[in-house]
Design a protein around this ligand. Structure first.
Ligand SMILES: [Zn+2]
Length: 483
């Protein structure tokens, strides 16, 4: 056991799924020609006035409700003053002492350990532009840098967690849980790799049992859920090493390098007062009415936990299976869509989805909507098993082939000749052959060791390359052995 305890808090930036920017009507569309989605407002020209995007407020309130936060009756935008080339106004419009929402939580289950992670606050702000460095990946060492203001002013929701996270793994699980929730309620497409969901982490360590926090560092540049875990493992290790060698941790911002799995110092960590926050004079405070908040609550839809409970009651899906399904909204939708096509046994559908299908997706690092395999195709395979056209075992092979090639189920089966053998005469031939070749085992069976039947089934399966109808094999074997 380590004598140190790790303390982690996360600051998550989620790009909201609005059509237009936070304070102007420019498009938020990704991938357009550089500096084509810009106007005098988002590039900070003199004499312009910002207008709040109502949809952005609505989506942030929706998130607050889903996380059990209190939506503040009055929230105020403030200017956060600093200079950087990607920030044309020299200040970012954010929220400071009066954020949109406070005090919620997200429950996480990290390898069986359940924890309630507090949410400190949710506030809205605008994104900065994007610098493209020439000759180096970072500004340090670059020959020159270009700036694209298309992203400037895109609505961002910042979600700040309490320092309740106790391990790098738990941080990654929290991020995944949050991303899943944001996807469920449709406020963010939550792709860390594409930057629509970003995360900075504050990490410190302290002796086990201590009440006071150690000195924290902030880790940036984690571009996937896996990177969150890897970066924090590296930083946790570094903290412990510095302290064990009698050194002191400096409060600073550190950059994670995914190729070396190390963090390096970027700059000394700034404090809130460095930014000279003051209320944005061009915007009125936002005061969402109770009626509007209730209206938004009605649009929340079914949250993951509620969905799991409904499946447990209506479809008899065990909670353990339900947990795997709800942790990936796309997979959960896939499961539910399939149960509508194959109504006989939702449990069978669930087992295939969390079993073979999920294993294939994990192995190939793909999401269910990135492979060519529709709910109708899974339903078709399950029907073919029921009809006895293919065995359950063959079905697993068919499934992988369909997933790999994107071909139709029927074509895969026809091409490979994998249909099940349910013809008695054909099977009898193989069984008789098996009996002839294993006289010792036949004797054992006849002397009462009927458990040996499994051996014969296995031999017949081998002889038919798994295509024999197992029920029929059992029946015929007994007949022929006892006859
Ligand atoms: Zn604009």
């Amino acid at each position: 056991m380590s004598k140190y305890e790790t303390v982690i808090g996360l600051e998550i930036h989620a790009q909201l799924t609005t059509e237009s920017k936070m304070f102007c009507s420019c498009s938020t569309k990704f991938g357009n020609k550089p500096n084509s989605n810009i106007c005098p407002v988002c590039t900070g020209q003199p004499g312009v006035l910002p207008v709040i995007n109502k949809k952005a407020i609505e989506l942030a309130i929706k998130t607050a409700l889903a996380l059990g936060c209190k939506v503040e009756p009055k929230n105020v935008f403030a200017r956060k003053n600093y200079f950087y080339p990607d920030l044309p106004k020299d200040y970012q419009v954010s929220q400071f002492d009066l954020p949109l929402a406070t005090g919620g939580h997200l429950d996480v289950d990290t390898e069986g350990k359940k924890t309630k992670i507090g949410i400190t606050r949710i506030h809205l702000e605008e994104d900065a532009g994007k610098l493209v460095h020439q000759g180096a990946e970072r500004i340090m060492g670059a020959d020159s840098s270009l700036v694209d203001y298309n992203r400037t002013g895109v609505p961002l929701m910042e979600i700040v967690s309490e320092p309740d996270i106790r391990s790098p793994k738990e941080a990654a699980v929290f991020m995944q849980g949050l991303a899943n929730l944001l996807l469920y309620i449709g406020v963010c497409d939550a792709k860390m790799e594409e930057g629509s969901l970003r995360c900075d982490a504050n990490l410190s360590i302290r002796p086990v049992g201590a009440k006071e926090f150690g000195t924290k560092t902030e880790v940036k540049n984690m571009n996937s859920f896996k990177a969150v875990e890897k970066a924090l493992i590296a930083e946790e290790k570094r903290h412990i090493e510095v302290i064990q060698e009698g050194g002191k941790i400096t409060q600073e911002t550190r950059f994670f390098d995914d190729t070396t799995n190390t963090t390096s110092g970027m700059r000394s960590k700034e404090f809130a007062h460095d930014y000279r926050y003051f209320p944005e004079p061009d915007l009125v405070p936002v005061e969402p009415s109770k009626e509007w908040i209730e209206e938004i609550r009605q649009t929340l839809g079914e949250l993951p936990e509620e969905r799991k409970i409904r499946w447990e009651t209506d479809l008899q899906i065990p909670a353990s299976t339900g947990n795997i399904l709800i942790s990936d909204k796309k997979l959960a939708d896939y499961f539910e869509d399939t149960t509508l096509l194959y109504k006989k046994s939702p449990t069978t559908v669930a087992n295939w989805v969390v079993g073979d299908i999920n294993a294939y997706l994990n192995e190939n690092k793909k999401a269910i909507d990135e492979v060519n395999f529709t709910p109708a195709q899974l339903a078709e395979i399950l029907e073919l098993i029921d009809k006895g056209t293919i065995s359950g075992k063959i079905a697993k092979t068919v499934l992988v082939d369909v997933l790999k090639t994107g071909k139709q189920v029927k074509d895969v089966i026809a091409e490979s000749g994998m249909t099940q053998i349910s013809n008695e005469d054909e099977l009898k031939k193989v069984i008789e052959e098996t009996i002839k070749n294993n006289p010792k085992q036949v004797e054992q069976y006849k002397s009462g060791k009927t458990g040996i039947l499994g051996f014969f089934v296995g031999q017949v399966m081998k002889g038919t390359k798994g295509r024999a109808n197992p029920g029929l094999v059992n029946k015929l074997l007994k007949q022929l052995l006892e006859g």
